[in-house]
Ligand binder design. Structure first.
Ligand code: GMT
Length: 377
């Protein structure tokens, strides 16, 4: 099929899912067209089946805010027409579902019935989408998509609670390429570069937004390192980094905490790790926790949103109430202090992650595209 994928090209989870999905579809022979404002960061696969169309906006002194939606919907119309696309799959409702609705109407006038699949990812519903400033348009664009998917049961329930949704939402979990993580695990893991043989490694990866509670990460680690020789790796960039660095300094942890910045090779970093920390305020799914699990890392997380659908309490890691740093630290220590327990959690995490393999999830998306396509015939 010929599929247009609209997403954020950044390190955020929705962009990662969209990009990995597009690359997997292209490997299976579909023609995929990414439509976004930059080359997606995870797009590292070259194929004649993969295309990238940049949405460019011209600056004009009159505009305080550049009209991105306008440029995006125009670009969608152009690409659909030029390449005869059959599906537009938009990731993250704001503003992509809204812009896709506009593109659909413009194409209708030209006799083209493009089907729009909208995937809800989390903050487009929770922290941002349900805000009164956006709610009306978000609800409208969800209700006017041909198919709507959400990345967890929790996100589906939350969407139905916060909005008046007139259609059924299909749940399609986030996925991972388990083979990639198996390969990363097979290679020599140079953990010696970061920690001594007797030290454990804890990791956190995020966009360092307030929702990720990076300060809780540091506080958990503070308790852990008092009992267990360990190091903390922090991967990502974002507004909370400065506060996190200040707390690291205040707690005299500078020798034990490494801020590594953004990375496109998290599979290689996760292969060093024993425990992954994700104390988020809310997390519709927690793709990064799944990535950690696929790399054989136990997860200590909050129990918010869709996290209990991913991290299984007492098996792949532990879940604690939001902000309960003490409990999270206690759980991490209980796993780390005994090699047998640590190995059992790591093994369980890897086995559980296989349920979310690309091979299981990709056909579900393909079925959705096929069902849309059938209604065009
Ligand atoms: O929170 C992020 O890291 C970014 C955000 C996004 O949309 O880019 O991630 C959301 O989508 C991911 C992929 O579906 C989910 O795994 C994350 O849980 C979700 N983040 C939140 O709900 C906070």
């Amino acid at each position: 099929m010929k599929i247009g994928i609209v997403c954020y090209p950044t390190f955020g989870g929705s962009g990662v899912v969209a990009t990995e999905l597009g690359m997997a579809l292209a490997k299976k022979g579909h023609e995929v067209h990414f439509i976004t404002y930059n080359h997606p960061v995870r797009l590292d696969f070259i194929s004649h089946k993969l295309h990238f169309h940049q949405v460019v906006i011209e600056e004009y002194p009159l505009f305080q805010y550049q009209p991105y939606e306008l440029a995006l919907s125009s670009k969608m119309v152009d690409v659909v027409k030029k390449y005869e696309l059959e599906i537009l799959h938009v990731h993250y409702a704001i503003p992509h579902a809204y812009a896709a609705y506009m593109a659909k109407q413009m194409l209708k006038e030209k006799g083209i019935d493009i089907k729009v699949v909208t995937t809800l990812h989390g903050t487009d519903i929770t922290l941002v989408g349900s805000h009164p400033n956006y709610k009306t348009a978000v609800e409208f664009s969800i209700n006017n998509s041909d198919v709507v998917t959400a990345v967890s049961n929790n996100l589906k329930e939350t969407t139905n609670k916060l909005f008046s949704i007139k259609k059924d939402i299909s749940v399609i979990y986030n996925f991972i390429d388990t083979e990639k993580y198996d390969k990363a695990g097979e290679q020599e893991c140079k953990r010696i570069a970061l920690a001594k043989p007797n030290e454990k490694i804890l990791t956190h990866i995020s966009n360092f937004r307030p929702v990720k509670r990076v300060e809780d990460v540091i506080k958990i680690f503070y308790e852990v390192q008092r009992e267990i020789p360990s190091k903390l790796l922090l991967i990502g960039e974002g507004p909370e980094r400065i506060k996190a660095e200040a707390l690291t300094k205040a707690l005299r942890l500078k020798e034990k905490v490494f801020f590594l910045g953004n990375s496109t090779e998290i599979d290689k970093i996760l292969c060093y790790s024993d425990i992954f920390l994700l104390p988020s305020k809310t997390e519709s799914f927690g793709l990064v926790a799944l990535e950690a699990m696929a790399a054989k890392t136990a997860v200590i997380s909050s129990n918010t949103g869709g996290l209990p659908e991913v991290n299984i309490h007492g098996k792949t890691g532990y879940l604690s109430n939001l902000g309960d740093v003490e409990d999270m630290a206690k759980n991490a220590i209980s796993i780390l202090k005994d090699a047998k327990t640590l190995n059992a959690f790591k093994e369980n995490a890897k086995v559980h992650a296989k349920q979310f393999s690309l091979d299981n999830i990709l056909p579900v998306y393909e079925d959705i595209y096929a069902s849309c396509y059938k209604t065009i015939q």
